[in-house]
Design a protein around this ligand. Sequence first.
Ligand SMILES: Cc1cc2nc3c(=O)[nH]c(=O)nc-3n(C[C@H](O)[C@H](O)[C@H](O)COP(=O)(O)OP(=O)(O)OC[C@H]3O[C@@H](n4cnc5c(N)ncnc54)[C@H](O)[C@@H]3O)c2cc1C
Length: 410
Amino acid sequence: MNKVYDVAIVGAGAAGLFTAVHCAKRGKSVILYDKNKYPGRKLRITGKGRCNICNYSDNDNILKNIVHNEKFMYSSLNNYSANDLIKFFNDNGVKTKVERGNRVFPQSDDAMEIIELFKKLIKDLNIEFKNESTVKDLEKKEDLFKIISNSGVDYAKNLVIACGGMSYKVTGSNGDGYKLAQKFGHSIKPIKASLVAMNTSLSKEDRLELMGLSLRNVEVKVINKKKKIIFNEFGEMLFTHFGISGPIILSASSYMKDDEDYTIYLDLKPALNEEQLDNKLLILFEEEHLKSIGKILENLLPKKLINIFLKNIDLDYYKKACDITKLERTAIINNLKHFNLKYDSLRDIDEAIITAGGVNVKEIDPKTMESKLVNKLYIVGEVLDIDALTGGYNLQIAFSTAYQAAMSIE
Ligand SMILES: Cc1cc2nc3c(=O)[nH]c(=O)nc-3n(C[C@H](O)[C@H](O)[C@H](O)COP(=O)(O)OP(=O)(O)OC[C@H]3O[C@@H](n4cnc5c(N)ncnc54)[C@H](O)[C@@H]3O)c2cc1C
C-alpha cells in the first residue's frame, strides 16, 4: 500500500492552506490537493486583488458581522482572533495595514504576496501539494481514509474537506465539497448567492440611463412579502446595466432568499424628514416658481436620476413649479423618502462573493471542526453553512476554522 499520510486536505484555498501549514508545523505529514495549478486561486482575487485578510476588531464585532451561524464561530474565534491572524502574517514577513472600516490588507496592496507566502510555507514545511488534482471520491475503510483523485489513490489517517463554496466557479470552488461531505452522510443547508448584486425590473432604457450612478449616504430598506423590514442600513450603492450593486446592496443580499419577492426602498434624503423636505420644496418653488420641476429637482438629486424619479410618480419634467399641486408635492416627498428600486432577483451565484448555506454546522463540533458523524473527518471554511458581510470576515472564518481543525487533529 502507498504511504499513509497523517492528514489529507481537499482544497488549497484559504482554509485548506491554513490547515496544512498548521498541521505541518505540528509535525504531521500532510498531503494537500487542489484542482488548480497553483494554490489560493480565489485568494488572489480577494479584496479586488489586494486581499482584505481580516477585520482589525474584537470578536464581538466579528460575530456581529457573521450573518448565519455566528454562535458556531465562538470557539474558533476565541482560539484564533484577528490579532492572531495579523501576527501570523507579520511574523511571516507580510506587513499589514488597516484601512477604512478596520479592513486589514497587506501593505503591498497585493494578494499575490499572500499566495507567495503560502507557496513558500508549502515548500519549507514539506507539505505534499498535489496540484491539478481533482478529488473525485472519498472513502473510509476501518481507520483510514482513501482519497481518489485524478492523480491516483492516497491514504490518510485524518481527512479535511476545505473545498469552498460555489461562487466564482472558475476558481475551482464549484460545489464539490457539498457532494464529498454528503458521501459521509452530512446534510447540506440550501445553497444561495450572498454578497451579490441584484437585477431590477426597470426597462433596459431606464437601466442604461442610470448606469454608473453612484449614491452615497442613502438608506436602503428591504421589505419581505409579509411586510417585515429585513434589512435597513445607510451606505453607498451603484446602478449598473442589470440593476443595482455597491456595498449596501451586497450586504442586503445576505439577508434575502433566492425565491422570495421583496420591495426595496431607497431613502434618498435620510438626513431630512418629510416636514423638512416639504419646507425645502416650498422655498425652492417660491424662489424658482417659473422653473420646471425637473430643473428644480437638481437641487436635491443627481441629474441622472431625475427622469426616472419623475416617471415613477407620473410627473412631467417640464411642469412649472408654480403649477405643482400639494398632492404632487406629497408624491415627490414620498418618492424621495421611499424610492422603489424595482427589485427583481439576486444575480447568479457565480457572481456572488460568498455562498450562503452549506454543510450543516449542527453536524460539526465547533471546538474541533470534527464531523459528529465520522471520526477524524474535519470540515472547514466556506463549505460550511457560515457566511459574513464584507470587511475581511469571510477570510477570518476560513482561517479560524482551519486553525481550530489543525490544532485538534491527533
Ligand atoms: C471576488 C471575491 C472577493 C473576495 N474578497 C474577500 C476579501 O477581500 N476578504 C474576505 O474576507 N473574503 C473575501 N472573499 C471571500 C473569500 O474569498 C472566501 O470566503 C474564502 O476564499 C473561502 O476560503 P475556502 O478555503 O473555504 O474556499 P476557497 O478559497 O474557495 O478554496 C477552495 C479550494 O478547493 C479547491 N477544490 C474544490 N473542490 C475540489 C476538488 N474536488 N478537488 C480538489 N480541489 C478542490 C478549489 O479549487 C479551491 O482552490 C471574496 C470572494 C470573492 C469571490
